[in-house]
Design a protein around this ligand. Structure first.
Ligand code: IDP
Ligand code: MG
Length: 133
């Protein structure tokens, strides 16, 4: 079984669609191994998105990610990393395929409802960031 880190971002939590997204996760066949409601500090968001520190959107992204409650989860399935990215859809909701979560619930390329790890190694690092031990 492979593991990936998923986040229901503050825009989706604010819209009260945590339940809808969790339902979709279960319908897609993932097992939820860990799950926690968090309200990140800006520094915690900056640490999580450190790979993007040189991007123009880094500061705005970290403000957004620390703007309210979010849900962090460890999802388990065969090919969990790839499968979760398919269910999420493209980063920009306008370009995401019909039926994906970002297409359905994303507001903009920044406020795009959900996060997912992009590779196995990234997933291990991201899972450890929120769920140590
Ligand atoms: P991903 O979440 O699809 O893996 P990344 O390129 O890793 O996309 O970017 C991380 C997050 O940063 C995105 O989910 C989105 O919230 C935000 N982001 C990415 N590109 C842009 C942009 O061009 N403008 C504003 N925010 C962006
Ligand atoms: Mg990414």
């Amino acid at each position: 079984m492979e593991r990936t880190l998923a986040i229901i971002k503050p825009d989706a939590a604010k819209k009260r669609i945590i339940g809808k997204i969790v339902t979709r996760i279960e319908e897609e066949g993932f097992a939820i191994a860990r799950m926690r409601l968090v309200h990140l500090t800006k520094d915690e968001a900056k640490g999580f998105y450190i790979v993007h520190k040189d991007k123009g959107f880094y500061d705005s992204l970290c403000e957004f990610m620390s703007s309210g409650p979010a849900v962090v989860m460890v999802l388990e399935a065969e090919n969990a990393v790839k499968l979760w990215r398919e269910v999420m859809g493209a980063t920009d909701p306008a370009l995401a395929k019909t039926g994906t979560l970002r297409r359905a619930y994303g507001f903009s390329i920044e406020r795009n409802a959900v996060h997912g790890s992009d590779a196995r190694e990234t997933a291990a690092w991201e899972i450890n960031y929120f769920f140590k031990g």
